[in-house]
Write a new protein. Structure first.
Lengths: 157, 757
């Protein structure tokens, strides 16, 4: 089905099959391999992207559902010469080990931080845990990930 | 990884690559009567369909000389399948979708046979026989170790605790599924494989033999690897099938497994059932330990399959002084996927059995659980202490670790809080466990060395460039352990070169000297010492270059603050590291030494390593739903000298999270027919950030008897955590007279125990 969509600020005109998943369009048709596939039951969140600003699991979105909409993937989060404050916090707090699930966490946390009232101050750690409860990590035990998101939120990001 | 530029195998471009999909057995035990790939071959986009039946004379068998008397198999099974998921055919097609579609069009007719999934049942003479050519029963082997006089200990004991302890089958579940790209060069006779794996050199050695090719012409590259935890250390038959097919077709092939394939056709772990007993005196002293247990192997053997349970035997007494033991292990085939290494393999099972017995003994003796442990822990005064299995504990203060975790958990106030909650109808509990992690695999000189197919040494190649920057090439194969950081720290310190001037590389067998890979908590303790040894050699060479430049003898050169000068003349001529590095390559001063500034070290560790610690878990059990909430988790760990605190903490957190999964959430479940009913992440439940609580850690550092003073730490978190949690649940449910000796404790298990029919 012919469609246009914006991905990371650029407009694309594509013709995906109706059954094609958004994650495969992103990875294979657009070559943006930062978004990962980790499961086949919409459970792990490694495929998380932002669709019109909302964190979604791109393995559970059909490509055609993104027609006319805006997609942001992990490749769009850093500036050319600097990590985003959240990414920088991940690095400083050792919030990634193998890094495979990290793009999903970065996108989920980016959405969480954008949706927060920056004046709300340091978030409750349980609230942060709920915001990432759709993302699985097998390496970190989540502790440092929560530290990083809390730190980024406290910095008013 | 943070910016989405990780290079995991499925992320890599592979020009001209075609895709693979597998046809797998839906039966746990069956004979193949017919395979018809005609329709599949006609589907659009299909390049080839290979079946085990048609290609059986062409397919390589595995493993080859890996071990004596192992049942052999072909990567695509021609006649008899022995576990659900066993590959029988493969499709190669232009796209993934075309491969998957054609795989569904391959028709396989099966004649089902009786399957056996329960390991105790598999031992019986009446059980379906998996490998008739191998022997008359499904028993692969057994070990029976008797040390001291356990019969007398049990006869003389004031109390004997008997428990059937079950550690369930789990799956490593790295978030990155297995993935492979195979690029053959038929004219050059080379094969390049990009593989998500943990030990590229070892795999290359055995794969070259299996594939019948010159080892030097086989290159394996582990790019970024998204977790392994022991499941990516193996010769998988489906990966071998991809390699074989790539060479047959002369085309680049790529395959990435689905999560369902990972959970069903990827290796499993743990899965032991112990009939265990502890003999104790009324003073709380442990007099003897017995266990008769079965180690389920699965249907086929991978590298560690036959020896995982050996590790359970050899570590079953943990940190405790237990004089008499009787351990009987029977290893048995079942119609399931192979059991294999997983973070803490063998040792986590041992710790769980031991720590449950200790808690049950404490209960019958009415001794406080931490006190029961205190009375039996090996003390520093007893060291060097030799365990019944010949392990020698040379250092460490186990009572101090226990005392610290008891303090962190505020145990003093806990019983009052527990009583107060009980009066409100709420049930909280606290549980303790200690661990001793045998790791740092593996020294060639140690009597105990079951890993016959794996090298035990580690390598490091340090190459200094003319402008002084340093490249460290390590034989480790880290996939999140932070070895790039810690190895660079070791080298920076030894060579007095800024950390930022050091680049670390690993994973490519074409580049890296023959190393052992990353597993078994060996990164710092074996890999770190290899790097240190190489750095020592580079430092020595740099010294002699500096000596030549300063016209002094090498013994008179001082290397300090990153510069070289003559002893006794610190204000005199001083050479920078960069000046020495340059002269080492360009010899502007003439032929005074062999050119170059690099060194390779192969380090065979002199001994195994031990790390130790103690955990405490505080839980609340909802008696209406059976749900367990971990309120707090405490861990005190002694990993020796800590090279990088954040990295060490991260390893501990990750191990504990896996232990929480083992304790409460994860299980690979087979029905009686051998079907896995937990074949995706919706049913095989990894803990999320809501199931893992805040983890409070502290460290005590007892340097090990090595130059760096480090110990292993990668596996530490997995050992005592399930025991601490299950002990806490038992403690919470004490008013109900419930005893739970298994993992996982799902809500249904707990509810049924509280409300027996």
């Amino acid at each position: 089905m012919r469609m246009t969509l914006r991905v990371n600020g650029e407009a694309y005109e594509l013709d995906p099959a109706p059954s094609r998943l958004l994650v495969h369009l992103i990875r294979e048709d657009l070559g943006l391999t930062g978004t990962h596939v980790g499961c086949d039951s919409s459970s792990c969140g490694a495929c998380t992207v932002l669709l019109d600003g909302m964190a979604v699991k791109s393995c559970t979105v059909l490509a055609v559902q993104a027609a006319g909409r805006t997609v942001e993937t992990v490749e769009s989060i850093a500036a050319l010469d600097a990590l985003s404050p959240l990414q920088d916090a991940f690095s400083r707090h050792h919030a990634l080990q193998c890094g495979y699930c990290t793009p999903g966490f970065v996108m989920a946390a980016t959405a969480y931080l954008r949706d927060r009232d920056p004046a709300a101050g340091v978030p409750d750690r349980m609230e942060v845990r709920r915001s990432i409860s759709g993302n699985l990590c097998r390496c970190t035990g989540y502790q440092h990930i929560v530290d990083a998101i809390v730190a980024a939120a406290a910095d008013g990001t | 990884m943070l910016i989405g530029r990780g290079r995991f195998v499925d992320d890599l471009p592979a020009s001209g690559a075609v895709h693979v999909a597998f046809v797998r057995s839906p039966f746990a035990h069956a004979d193949i009567s017919r395979v018809d790939a005609a329709a599949a071959r006609l589907e659009s986009g299909v390049v080839a369909v290979f079946t085990g039946l048609e290609s059986k004379d062409d397919l390589p068998s595995l493993p080859t000389a890996a071990a004596d008397h192992w049942p052999l198999r072909l990567p695509l099974t021609p006649h008899r399948v022995r576990y659900v998921g066993e590959p029988v055919a493969m499709v190669v097609a232009g796209t993934k979708q075309a491969a998957l579609s054609a795989a569904e069009a391959v028709r396989v007719d099966y004649e089902p046979l009786d399957a056996v999934v329960d390991p105790w049942a598999a031992l019986e003479d009446s059980a379906p026989l998996l490998h008739p050519d191998f022997g008359p029963t499904n028993k692969f082997g057994e070990i029976h170790k008797v040390i001291g006089d356990p019969d007398r200990a049990f006869a003389a004991a004031d109390r004997v605790v008997r428990s059937t302890v079950v550690v369930q089958r789990v799956a490593a579940s790295p978030i990155e599924p297995r993935a492979i790209i195979v690029e053959p060069d038929l004219h050059g006779g080379t094969l390049t494989i990009w593989l998500s794996c943990q030990a590229p050199h070892t795999l290359r050695t055995w794969l070259s033999q299996i594939l019948g090719m010159n080892e030097a012409r086989l290159r394996i590259v582990a790019p970024d690897v998204g977790g392994g935890f022991g499941s990516k250390l193996n010769l998988y038959c489906d990966e071998v099938a991809v390699m074989w097919a790539a060479r047959k077709l002369g085309r680049t092939l790529r395959w990435t497994e689905t999560r369902t394939e990972n959970l069903t056709a990827g290796v499993h772990a743990r899965d032991q059932i112990h009939h265990a007993e502890l003999a104790v005196g009324s003073d709380g002293r442990i007099l003897g330990l017995r266990s008769h247990f079965v180690g389920d192997l699965g249907a086929y053997l991978h590298f560690f399959t036959p020896v995982v349970a050996d590790l359970t035997i050899d570590t079953l007494t943990g940190n405790y002084d237990i004089p008499a033991v009787d351990i009987h292990l029977e290893k048995v085939f079942t119609n399931t996927m192979s059991i294999e290494a997983l973070r803490g393999s063998g040792r986590a099972e041992a710790t769980f059995v031991l720590e449950r017995l200790i808690d049950e003994a404490a209960k019958v003796l009415d001794i406080d659980p931490p006190e029961m442990r205190r009375r039996n822990l090996v003390t520093p005064e007893q060291m060097p202490y030799k365990t019944p299995f010949g392990m020698v504990y040379r250092s460490g203060d186990y009572p101090a670790l226990l005392a610290r975790v008891v303090e962190m958990a505020d145990y003093g106030g806990f019983r009052e809080r527990q009583d107060a909650r009980r009066r409100e109808g709420r049930y909280i509990g606290i549980g303790f466990a200690t661990y001793n992690l045998l790791c740092g695999f593996s020294p060639s000189g140690h009597d105990w060395n079951p890993m016959k197919q794996f090298p035990g040494h580690e390598t490091a190649l340090i190459r200094v460039d003319p402008h002084g920057s340093v490249r460290l090439i390590s034989g480790l194969s880290p996939h999140g352990q932070g070895s790039d950081t810690t190895l660079a720290q070791v080298v920076a310190d030894r060579l007095q070169v800024p950390y930022d001037d050091i680049a670390v590389e690993h994973g490519d067998t074409a580049l890296v000297p023959y190393g052992g890979g990353t597993h078994g908590s060996r990164g710092a303790v074996v890999g770190g010492h290899a790097a240190l040894l190489a750095a020592d050699r580079v430092a020595e060479k740099a010294n002699s270059v500096a000596a030549a430049m300063l016209e002094a003898s090498a013994e008179d050169i001082v290397h300090e603050d990153g510069g070289f000068f003559v002893r006794g003349d610190p204000g005199g001529a001083r050479l920078s590291w960069q000046a020495v590095a340059f002269e080492a390559h360009f010899l502007k001063g003439g032929p005074r030494f062999e050119p170059g500034l690099e060194a390779t070290a192969f380090y065979d560790p002199p001994d195994v390593s031990f790390a130790f610690g103690a955990n405490a878990a505080v839980v609340e059990v909802d008696i209406d739903t059976g749900k367990v909430t971990i309120l707090d988790f405490y861990s005190v760990d002694d990993a020796g000298v800590v090279l990088n605190p954040a990295i060490v903490r991260g390893q501990i957190h990750g191990g504990i999270a896996q232990g929480i999964g083992q304790a409460l959430h994860e299980e690979i479940v087979h029905d009686e027919a051998g079907q896995i009913t937990t074949a995706n992440f919706a049913t095989y439940r990894l803990p999320t950030a809501l199931e893992v609580p805040e983890i409070h850690t502290d460290m005590i550092s007892t340097p090990s008897e090595t130059p760096l003073g480090v110990r292993g730490v990668g596996e530490s978190g997995t050992l005592a955590s399930p025991a601490a949690i299950v002990n806490a649940v038992n403690d919470a449910l004490r008013p109900f007279g419930v005893v739970l000796n298994r993992t996982p404790l799902r809500p249904s298990d707990i509810w049924e125990a509280i409300h027996p029919e």
